[in-house]
Design a binder for this molecule. Structure first.
Ligand SMILES: [Zn+2]
Length: 733
C-alpha cells in the first residue's frame, strides 16, 4: 500500500465505468452502500474521462490467487482491477472501507489518493454457522453471508443437521423436516441447565430457499459447504426414521446439548442407502466441490453391542469400532468421490484410518490437522482454542456462553501453519475458519455480539501475510472498526475495552500483586475489599494507580469509571492466602492448551479462586494426564494439610480426580507420601475441595498429585474416554 497526497472527491456526478456484466455484484455492492449511507446511487457508463470509478477484471486466474486485485485512487479517477471477478469484488470491499466512517450528508466524500496491490494469503477463508441448535431465517443467513463478504471470506460452512434438529428439506424423506425439524423443548441456561422451557422449537429450509441462499452467496464469491452430520449427531434423523439406528428406537429430537449415544447404525445397508439418497439431493443443491460429512463425537456405545455392527466388523476384518467408523466414512467418501465431490470431516475421521482423499477440519486443537497435513491431506484449521467464536471474549461475561476464554488478541495472533508441519507439507494447510455453535445463541443480536470484532481479526489471519500481521497495528484500527459497526447498527462486543485483571507473583516477597489494565483511554480504575465499609456503611473504593500487593484473604472488586460513570461490569476476584500463595511451583505435565488458566502453573498458587464455575478462565485443565505439582513452601516450614480446589461437571467430561495424594520432601527429589484422599466437599457451581490432612511436619517442598480418571464409566457422557481434571488453586496450610 502506498499513500499519496490529496483526495478523489466522490459525489452524485461520479460515474462507474464497466463493460462487463459479470462485474454487476461489485457495482451493486457499491451502490447499495452509497444509497443506504448517503442517499444516492452512481450511474454506470461505458467510458469517461474524469470523476469516474472504473471497474475492470483481467480474468487471469492463477491457481490459489482467486482474490488478487489492484486499487488505484488518483485525484480524478478510481480504478479497481481484479485478476478475477472475486478480486474485483474484493477491490470494491476495500473501496468501501476507505469511505468516511460517518453518515454525515455532504455533497462531496473524500477518498485518499492511494495505491493498493493486494491478495489473500490463504485460499480457504471461512466462517461456520450452526443453524441446527438454533434455527436462523433465510434473511439472517443472508446477513451473515454479507458479513463474510465484507471481511473477504470465501467459504461459508453451513451446519444443517444435528441431534436437536434437521434443517434441510429432503424430498425423498419428508419426515426429516416434519419430525426431525422440531423438538419439544429446550434446556434453560448453561448445560446441564436449570430446567426446560417446554416450548416446541421448529425450523427448516425448503430446497427453494437453499437455492436462493446458494445464489446469494455466489454473487458474493462465497462457496457454501453444507454439513450433513454422520454417523453421530444424528438423533433428529433417527427420530424421523428409527430404522436408521442400532436399536430401532424410539428416539427423540434432543432438547439438551452434548453428545448422544444413538448414532446411525453402521451395520445396516439401508443406512447407507438413506445417506446416499440424502447426499444426492444435497449435491444437487450445493455446487461446492467440498461436502462436509461431520464425523465428530460419535460414541461407539451402540455399535459395540449391535449385532449388525458386529457382523460388519467381522465381514470386513475390522479391528474395532474405530475402524468401523473409518469404514463408514470411507464408504461415504467413495460414493461422493464417484459424484465428483470431495469430503471434509472433523478431525475424528483420522481415528481408525483416514479416508484416502478426505480433507480434515482440525477442531480439537491443531493435532489432527498437523497429523493430516503430514499424511498429505488437505486441512482447514479451526482449533477450538483460538477460533471457536461461541467461547467468551471477555473475562467477565454476563450472558450465557460456552466456557473458556478466546479474546480478540488470541484470535488475531493465531497462526494456521504450525511449525510442527515440515516445510514440504505446509502447502496442505488451505486456510482457517472460525466456528459459531449456537447452543447459547438464539437471535441476531447475539450472533453479532459473538462474531464481532473477532471476525475482523480472523479476516487478517486468513488474508494478511504472516510477516505483515501485527497486533499493535491492528489495535490502532479498533476504534474505526467499532465506529463502522455503530454506523451499520451492528451489535458487537466491547470486551476489548474491559478492565483486565492479572494476578502476578511478587518474586521478592513471595506474595501476590493484582494488576489491572484498561485500553479505554481516560478512564479511572478503582478497587475495594468488599468486606470493608466506612462508618456510615458505604463502600470504600480507592483509586488504582499501579499494581497493588494483596495480603488479606477476601473478595475484591475492581471497576472502571469513564466520565464519572461506571463503564462495563465490575470484576470480582476472591483471594485466599495460604503457605503456597505466591510460592514457586513446578508442574510435571503442563495443562491442556484449551484450559491453560491465567499465568500457567502460577495460577494454582496465585491465591485467586474461580467465582464462576466452569466458565471462569482461572481453571487449569488436564486431559488424560494427572496433575502433579511441586510447591516450595519455604525453609523447613510447618505444614499439616493441603486443599485442592477442583470442579465436578461430568456432563462436560470433567470428573473429580480418582484421588489426591500429598508428598513431602526437603530436596525436591526424594518424596515421602503423607496421605491421600478422594473425599470431595462441594460448595457452589459444581466447584468444591478435596482436603488431605496429615500430622504436623516440617518440609521444604510439598508435591500434590491429582490422579485423573483414565476411563469414564459406562452410562455417563464420554463413556470409555479419558476424563478432564480441573484445578484452580492448591492451598497448603
Ligand atoms: Zn448397528
Amino acid at each position: 500500500m502506498e499513500i499519496g497526497k490529496g483526495n478523489f472527491i466522490l459525489n452524485k456526478n461520479t460515474v462507474i465505468v464497466s463493460n462487463d456484466a459479470t462485474e454487476k455484484p461489485a457495482i451493486d455492492l457499491l451502490n447499495s452502500v452509497l444509497k443506504q449511507r448517503f442517499g444516492f446511487k452512481l450511474k454506470q457508463v461505458k467510458k469517461a474521462t474524469k470523476n469516474f470509478i472504473s471497474v475492470y477484471t483481467k480474468r487471469f486466474i492463477m491457481p490459489g490467487k482467486e482474490g488478487k486485485y489492484d486499487l488505484t485512487i488518483r485525484k480524478n479517477s478510481v480504478q479497481l482491477s481484479g485478476d478475477t471477478y472475486s478480486g474485483t469484488y474484493y477491490a470494491m470491499q476495500t473501496l468501501l472501507q476507505l469511505l468516511p466512517d460517518s453518515k454525515q450528508q455532504t455533497v462531496n466524500y473524500k477518498l485518499p489518493v492511494i495505491t493498493i496491490n493486494d491478495e489473500p494469503r490463504f485460499q480457504y477463508r471461512g466462517m461456520h454457522l450452526d443453524c441446527a441448535r438454533h434455527f436462523f431465517t433465510v434473511e439472517q443467513v443472508k446477513k451473515y453471508i454479507d458479513y463474510l463478504a465484507s471481511y473477504k471470506l470465501n467459504y461459508f460452512h453451513w451446519h444443517l443437521t444435528e441431534d436437536q434438529g434437521w434443517r434441510i428439506e429432503i424430498k425423498k424423506y419428508p419426515k426429516l423436516i416434519e419430525v426431525g425439524g422440531c423438538r419439544n423443548g429446550t434446556i434453560i441456561g448453561h448445560y446441564p441447565g436449570t430446567g426446560n422451557d417446554n416450548i416446541k422449537y421448529c425450523g427448516y429450509y425448503t430446497q427453494e430457499q437453499i437455492k436462493e441462499v446458494v445464489k446469494y452467496a455466489q454473487e458474493r464469491y462465497i462457496t457454501i459447504i453444507p454439513e450433513i452430520e454422520m454417523p453421530g449427531h444424528s438423533e433428529a434423523a433417527l427420530t424421523a426414521y428409527p430404522f436408521l439406528g442400532c436399536t430401532n428406537g424410539p428416539y427423540e429430537v434432543q432438547q439438551t446439548w452434548g453428545v448422544f449415544d444413538d448414532v446411525f447404525c453402521a451395520g445396516n445397508d439401508s443406512t447407507f442407502n438413506f445417506l446416499q439418497d440424502v447426499l444426492d439431493e444435497v449435491i444437487e443443491l450445493f455446487p461446492s466441490k467440498i461436502i462436509h460429512i461431520g464425523g465428530d463425537e460419535s460414541p461407539k456405545t451402540r455399535w459395540k453391542v449391535c449385532s449388525k455392527c458386529r457382523q460388519r466388523i467381522k465381514d470386513n476384518n475390522l479391528k474395532d469400532e474405530h475402524e468401523l467408523q473409518s469404514y463408514f466414512i470411507q464408504r461415504i467418501e467413495k460414493y461422493l468421490n464417484s459424484k465428483g465431490r470431495t469430503i471434509i470431516g472433523w478431525d475424528e475421521i483420522l481415528e481408525g484410518g483416514l479416508a484416502p482423499n478426505a480433507m480434515v477440519m482440525s477442531w480439537r486443537g491443531e493435532a489432527g490437522g498437523i497429523a493430516a497435513a503430514n499424511q498429505n491431506h488437505y486441512v482447514v484449521m479451526t482449533p477450538d482454542s483460538h477460533l471457536y467464536f461461541d467461547r467468551s471474549q471477555t473475562m467477565n461475561e454476563d450472558s450465557v456462553v460456552f466456557g473458556s476464554y478466546v479474546p480478540l488478541e488470541k484470535v488475531y495472533n493465531y497462526e494456521p501453519v504450525s511449525d510442527k508441519i515440515d516445510s514440504t507439507h505446509q502447502k496442505y494447510i488451505l486456510g482457517a475458519q472460525a466456528n459459531l455453535w449456537t447452543e447459547y445463541i438464539s437471535n441476531q443480536r447475539k450472533i453479532e455480539y459473538m462474531i464481532f470484532p473477532r471476525m475482523a481479526a480472523l479476516s487478517e489471519v486468513t488474508w494478511t501475510p504472516k510477516e505483515k500481521r501485527n497486533w499493535d497495528t491492528f489495535q490502532k484500527k479498533i476504534p474505526v472498526i467499532f465506529s463502522r459497526y455503530d454506523l451499520a447498527k451492528t451489535n458487537y462486543s466491547k470486551a476489548y475495552y474491559d478492565l483486565s485483571s492479572t494476578v502476578l507473583q511478587d518474586d521478592f516477597y513471595h506474595g501476590i500483586v493484582w494488576k489491572l489494565d484498561s485500553k479505554l483511554r481516560g478512564s479511572d480504575i478503582q478497587i475495594r475489599n468488599t468486606s470493608s465499609f466506612d462508618d456510615d456503611g458505604n463502600k470504600i473504593y480507592s483509586d488504582y494507580t499501579h499494581p497493588v500487593n494483596i495480603s488479606t484473604s477476601g473478595l475484591y472488586e475492581a471497576r472502571q469509571l469513564y466520565n464519572s460513570k461506571q463503564a462495563g461490569n465490575s470484576i470480582f476476584q476472591r483471594f485466599i492466602f495460604s503457605k503456597s500463595t505466591g510460592q514457586i511451583i513446578r508442574l510435571a505435565t503442563p495443562p491442556s492448551e484449551k484450559y491453560p488458566g491465567n499465568g500457567g502453573a502460577f495460577g494454582l498458587v496465585n491465591g485467586a479462586r474461580s467465582e464462576k464455575g466452569f466458565t471462569s478462565s482461572e481453571w487449569l485443565g488436564w486431559y488424560g494426564n494427572d496433575m502433579s505439582a511441586s510447591i516450595f513452601t519455604g525453609n523447613a516450614d510447618v505444614v499439616s494439610s493441603v486443599v485442592v480446589h477442583t470442579l465436578k461437571q461430568e456432563d462436560s467430561w470433567i470428573h473429580l480426580p480418582e484421588y489426591v495424594e500429598v508428598f513431602i520432601s526437603d530436596d525436591n527429589i526424594n518424596f515421602t507420601s503423607v496421605g491421600r484422599s478422594s473425599q470431595f466437599v462441594a460448595d457452589s457451581l459444581n466447584m468444591g475441595t478435596i482436603r488431605i490432612a496429615f500430622p504436623v511436619t516440617h518440609t521444604r517442598y510439598v508435591k500434590v498429585l491429582a490422579v485423573s480418571k483414565k476411563n469414564i464409566e459406562a452410562g455417563k457422557p464420554g463413556a470409555g474416554s479419558a476424563a478432564w481434571v480441573f484445578v484452580d488453586e492448591i492451598e497448603v496450610n
